[in-house]
Design a protein around this ligand. Structure first.
Ligand code: NIG
Ligand code: FE
Length: 430
């Protein structure tokens, strides 16, 4: 029997399903793994893909009813919606004065020592009302969506008291319920040592473990730690991630961003879903992560925010067959962007990723980095109908047209959302 469909996108010049090759997240992907179909089509029913292939194949498998909406893919590129697996999007206030200092050569950890950095955003977060935070969060999600992101991970970590961390996670749940984008929540109580615990890191770690983690159970999917020399060291990070696991939170971590202290190895040891940043990860760290199935999330936007021309050693990751995902790290300090396209430009042109690595890094491997590859990340029958139509006919156009948003229509759970044609005014998100 022919499948009925609510939405048909046909005559797509270039359909990138991201579903080629072996199943699962991929290391060292090749062009074939992008699963490109020329003159492609996708049919959607009740928010899921029900047929994917060439236009002729799809039209032979579905029945078009008067209720079927059709979209033309002529001259268009279609991709799975971008998945942004590492952001700190729920914040208020900006820190461009710190950026100005970094451009002049003062580094991130030095600004932190002078009382700026995360602690400045913590002060702003604590002072903000729920409405202010929801408004900032909603506008930022609008911007993610306009750039083609259909699922975004969001971390707490600007509250740093039990009640404020719970507030961050509750507000993200509220945004998830009321905005088309899916928000995947992560508890990051160990983002920074709050001012009131200065010099008492051990006491703060106990608070995170004994009080916060038991209370955020059910509100977050992941537990993350800013594992870095002078912030949360290896022992403290391990204790926090183990406690998270005991309360059903899957481990993730900010690892090896500035100094190599064994964060890659720790990620593997605790069975982390991902380890993120990794600018200083060692050969052993990469090998251990590959063995444990931990995904490397690269955040090349930090080269902009930190004004540092330092990138991850991608060759080392390839040698160790480590799957790579990409994310914006959207936050007011080290990387203030909602655009996965900009991240792709940085990844390909400056970090040295191939196009298949970058495209799968922003879709399929990013879904795996959230443990969601069964339902999103590729355009395949049975998956959630999240895809984007871009004004281009080749995937290279995305990084090539850096800073230009080629996304024209975003389909989320089968519902098309068209960007206003002219002028393209997605308001500022600050
Ligand atoms: O991933 N390094 C820690 N956390 C963020 C920065 C957050 C901030 O500066 O507000 C990061 O880069
Ligand atoms: Fe981060």
């Amino acid at each position: 029997m022919k499948e009925r469909c609510d939405l048909l996108i046909r005559n797509i010049a270039c359909l990138v399903t991201a579903a080629g090759g072996k199943r699962g997240p991929l290391s060292n992907p090749k062009w074939e793994d992008l699963g490109v179909v020329e003159n492609g089509a996708v049919a959607i029913r009740r928010g899921k893909f029900v047929a994917v292939g060439t236009t002729a194949e799809v039209e032979s498998r579905i029945s078009i009813t008067p209720k079927t909406k059709t979209l033309s893919g002529r001259g268009r590129l279609v991709l799975p919606g971008f998945i942004d697996p590492h952001t700190h999007f729920l914040f208020v206030g900006t820190r461009e004065e710190e950026y100005a200092m970094r451009v002049e050569g003062v580094d991130y950890l030095e600004i932190r020592r002078r009382g700026g950095g995360i602690r400045k955003t913590v002060r702003a977060f604590r002072a903000a009302s729920d409405e202010e935070l929801l408004d900032a969060g909603r506008r930022r999600l609008d911007s993610f969506l306009a750039y083609g992101t259909t699922t975004v991970e969001g971390k707490s970590g600007y509250g740093l008291t039990t009640e404020e961390e719970i507030r961050a996670l509750r507000l993200m749940a509220q945004l998830n319920d009321t905005h088309p984008i899916e928000v995947v929540p992560t508890f990051l109580g160990a983002h920074e040592i709050p001012e009131e615990y200065e010099g008492r890191t051990g006491d703060y770690v106990r608070l995170v473990i004994d009080e916060m983690i038991p209370r955020v159970r059910g509100l977050a999917r992941f537990c993350d730690v800013f594992c870095e020399k002078g912030v949360f060291e290896i022992e403290e990070s391990r204790a926090i991630l183990d406690a998270g696991k005991r309360h059903g939170l899957l481990p993730k971590l900010h690892a090896e961003e500035f100094v190599s202290i064994g964060g890659g190895e720790l990620a593997a040891e605790v069975g982390a879903v991902s380890a993120d940043h990794l600018l200083a990860v060692t050969e052993e760290g990469c090998a251990a992560m590959a063995r444990s199935g931990t995904i490397a999330i690269l955040l090349p936007g930090t080269a902009i925010g930190l004004a540092k021309r330092v990138f991850a050693d991608v060759e080392r990751m390839r040698r160790n067959a480590l799957p790579i995902a990409l994310a914006t790290d959207c936050n007011p300090g080290s990387s203030f962007t909602e655009s996965m396209s900009v991240v792709l430009s940085l990844a390909c042109s400056l970090e040295g990723l191939t196009l298949p690595e970058a495209i799968l890094g922003a879709t399929r491997n990013a879904a795996a980095a959230l443990g969601l590859l069964d339902s999103i990340g590729t355009i395949e029958v049975g998956k959630k109908a999240d895809c984007i139509l871009l004004r281009a006919t080749h995937p290279a156009a995305i990084p090539y047209r850096f800073g230009t948003n080629l996304v024209e229509t975003v389909v989320k759970n089968g519902l098309p959302i068209r960007r206003r044609r002219r002028p393209n005014l997605v308001g500022p998100t600050v």
